[in-house]
Structures are given as structure tokens and as C-alpha cells.
Write a new protein. Sequence first.
Length: 349
Amino acid sequence: MPLTRADAAAVVPGIALAVAIGLVATLVGTNVPVVGGPVPAVVIGAVVGWLVRRRRQGGLDALQPGVKFASSRVLQFAVVLLGAQLSIGEVLRIGGETLPVMLTTLVVCLVAAWGIGRLLRVSSALRTLIGVGTGICGASAIAAVTPVIGAVSADVAYAMSTIFLCNIAAVFVFPLVGHALGLSQHAFGVFAGTAVNDTSSVVATATVYGRQATDTAVVVKLVRTLMIIPIVIGLAGLEARRASREQLAADDGSGRAGGVRVLRLVPWFLIGFLVVVLLRTLGVLPAAAAPGFSTAATFLITVALAAIGVSTDFGALRRAGFRPMLLGIALWVLVAGTSLGAQAVFGLL
């Protein structure tokens, strides 16, 4: 939906702040290439957001529309631009060879979420949200599953906070793990694409490691995002079995609409990414333009992560509680280990 003039005016302050932080972070990354721009953007953004909340009575109210826009739409557009660096052959090759790893990590994560969550006495809805968020694609998966299982807002807040903490940790920890293990660019891309949650954190983590790792991670992550569809269908089926006969009859009468809703779960930026890949494959976008697209995409990613940093609510992280946070961290570590183990088993390391 296009922005109205009023909407455009509302997003300007937040976007301006995110761009300013992105420029500073890019400068830091230029002078310290090992760190890169995305990580400083998150840190600087978080500090700025904390200071704004402390010094302004209204907090981030005036900045919120722009911050939200930058952390979602700007990031998604950046992912679309990354498609200019890949051909359809590369997408099929990378997606095909890493599918066993993706499926293995997903199954392990969902089973562990059920088992460990029960041991920790985490509610069924909350462990489902944390499980799909960790196993598929973080906030997007949580948002897609929430209406299907009827999760309450408190559970969603817990799950989002837990996933966010693991995302931020991955940006810092995973590149260190990759260098310690001597992972190649391709292997690290598969690692980041299958073991990190939200798209922003996947791209940020891989960008720190290298350009080839980013290319691989983006494709793996976008293919992994498609797992939302069968998971949502499966959860909808489970919920339908629990419903009364009257509710089942009502669901049967709206089956087509439900199918349309499932199709709409495919993110628009996945389609945009594939369109740009197709244009690159056909030669409409020349190979010589790829470095420029890559530079633009990296800066947009840095801006988006600056916005994510600004919106960080440390109080929400504290309120997330011990047990769901422990579940999320356990699943995060388990998925990371499973990703590396599966790569070794399937000969990708």
C-alpha cells in the first residue's frame, strides 16, 4: 500500500535518525572492516534509543513510524537488491544442496521446542511461537503463526523478545565461531542462513563474514522462509482437530479463503528477490552493476539495523522472564550445532 502524504511526513524523523546512524556505522565499518557497518549500527542505535527514552517524556513516539518503516521495508528492499548478484542457476544450486540441512534444523528445533518447553513448563502457545521463530524466520514466522494458534499478546511479546536477544547475539558470536572453525564463505553462509532467525540478523551476520557468505545466506534464508507455508498449514490442521464440530463446519465453509491466506504468507520481498535474480540471469541487469547494487544493499541493511537498535526495548527483554528466555537460548544453540553437524554429514563443510 503506497504511503499517503501524511504517512510520508510521519516517517521522516525516524528514517532520518536511522540514516544518520547508518552513515556513522558505515564510517566505523570502513575504518574497521572486520567489524563492518551492521554491528555498530545495532549498538549505536540501541544506545541512542535508550538515551531518547530517558531524556524525552514521549520517548520514541515521534520517531516510531520512521523507525518501524526503516526496520522493515528498508530491509526488505535491501534483500531485493541483493538478488542482482545471483543467477537462477545459483539460486537453484544453493537452495537444492542446502535443503537437507534446512529440513534437519527445522525438525530438530520443533521437536526440541516441544520437549524442552514442556520440561521448563512453558505454555504450549509460547513454546510454539519460540520454536517456529527459531526454526524458520523469527518475527515473520511468529506473526504468521499467532492468529492460527490464537496466541495472546503477552506470549507474542515474550517470543519476540527472546528471538530478538538471540538475533543480536548471533551477529556478534557467529562470525567468531566461523573464523574459529575455519569455515569457508559458502559454509558460513549456509550456517548463518539456517541457524540465525530474522532476515535482518541473517544478513548482518553474513555481511560481517564476507560478500560470498552474504549471497549464500540470503538464498538459504529466503528458501527457509518458505517453510512458513507447510508449518502454518500443519498448525491450522491441528487447531481444527481441537475445535468443535460446529467450528469445523465453519472452517470447511471457508476453506478457499484460508488457502488464499496461506498463499499470502509468501513475503513480497521473496518474489521481488527472485524477479531481480531473473533480470540478472536474462542480462537485463548487467553483471557490472552487481557491485553497485551490493554497496547500496549493504548500506540499506545498516540503516535498517540502526532502526532495529533504536527500537530495542530493554524493559521488554527483562520482562520476558527466565523460562521462555532459557528455551529460546537452548533452541538457538541446538539449531546452530545441528546446522554445523548436518553440513558435515551432508558434505557441505
